[in-house]
Design a protein around this ligand. Structure first.
Ligand SMILES: Nc1ccn([C@@H]2O[C@H](COP(=O)(O)OP(=O)(O)OP(=O)(O)O)[C@@H](O)[C@H]2O)c(=O)n1
Ligand SMILES: C[C@](O)(CO)[C@H](O)COP(=O)(O)O
Length: 235
């Protein structure tokens, strides 16, 4: 099994002076936190990281030289970065299963990744997700309520997302050709190809660091995980 980690974003919503994956949490970059956890997950043969072709920070990280880490050049969207990573996996292992995980989600629990594998029926794939607990409103263009949705059927997609590499590759190619804006995660590409991936409940602390206030939340969750005894051997 391989991991593909999209890490070629610029972090515009974070508004920092550098891409958010290189901001630090307790002295280590988000990238080191994320990769430290993935590399601690024994079933992963290798991790393919998609980085921007003009990224000067990536080569400076010791983890960039880890024997189970390789990098590819990402694309101008998350989906194209993932596609580049999956193509690299297929060159090495045509029958591989691939776990796609955002570099911007540094607090993923190994137990959640294992739960994803446990639910993987090697069919339509599976994703970590969270059932919503708030009331969900659908908005009109004038930011007024159009409808209230049935929240019992609404989940927030997280990562990792686990699929057959060839199916994911071909679904991404088709979806990027037909409706690229609609593809904001791997499952949406498989859905467009008619698949029905499974939803696997993951922990709420598997947050995506997106806007500045997410950093304080991440610091809180990291301390909470350490108090829970979830310490990872950093590579
Ligand atoms: N062209 C892109 C855009 C995003 N990503 C990666 O996809 C993950 C989730 O994307 P997001 O949180 O949107 O990151 P950014 O695109 O960097 O953020 P923003 O949209 O605020 O610029 C991140 O790890 C990001 O590095 C990527 O590999 N290639
Ligand atoms: C893949 C994802 O993390 C699932 O919630 C999300 O779609 C990524 O969105 P982003 O705008 O690329 O951060």
């Amino acid at each position: 099994m391989f991991a593909v980690v999209p890490a070629a974003g610029v972090g515009a919503r974070m508004g920092a002076g550098l891409p958010k994956q290189y901001l630090t949490l307790q002295g280590r970059t988000l990238a080191e936190h994320t990769l430290g956890r993935l590399l601690a997950f024994a079933p992963l043969q290798a991790v393919v990281v998609a980085v921007a072709d003009d990224d000067p920070w990536w080569p400076e990280l010791a983890v960039a030289g880890h024997p189970r880490v390789t990098s590819v050049t990402g694309g101008d969207s998350r989906a194209r970065s993932v596609l580049a990573g999956v193509a690299a996996v297929l060159e090495r292992a045509p029958d591989a299963r691939v776990l796609v995980h955002d570099m911007a989600r540094p607090l993923v629990r190994l137990s959640d990744i294992q739960a994803l594998l446990d639910h993987d029926d090697r069919g339509d794939g599976a994703i970590l997700a969270r059932p919503v607990t708030d009331t969900i409103k659908q908005a009109d263009a004038d930011t007024r309520i159009r409808a209230t949705l049935d929240r019992s059927l609404i989940w927030r997609a997280l990562t990792p997302q686990l699929f057959d590499a060839r199916r994911l590759h071909d679904a991404l190619l088709s979806a990027l050709r037909d409706d690229p804006e609609a593809i904001t995660d791997e499952a949406s590409a498989l859905e467009a190809a008619g698949a029905r991936p499974a939803l696997v409940a993951g922990h709420a602390d598997n947050i995506k660091i997106t806007v500045p206030e997410d950093l304080a939340l991440a610091r809180f969750y990291l301390r909470a995980q350490e108090e829970e005894g979830l310490a990872w051997q950093f590579v």
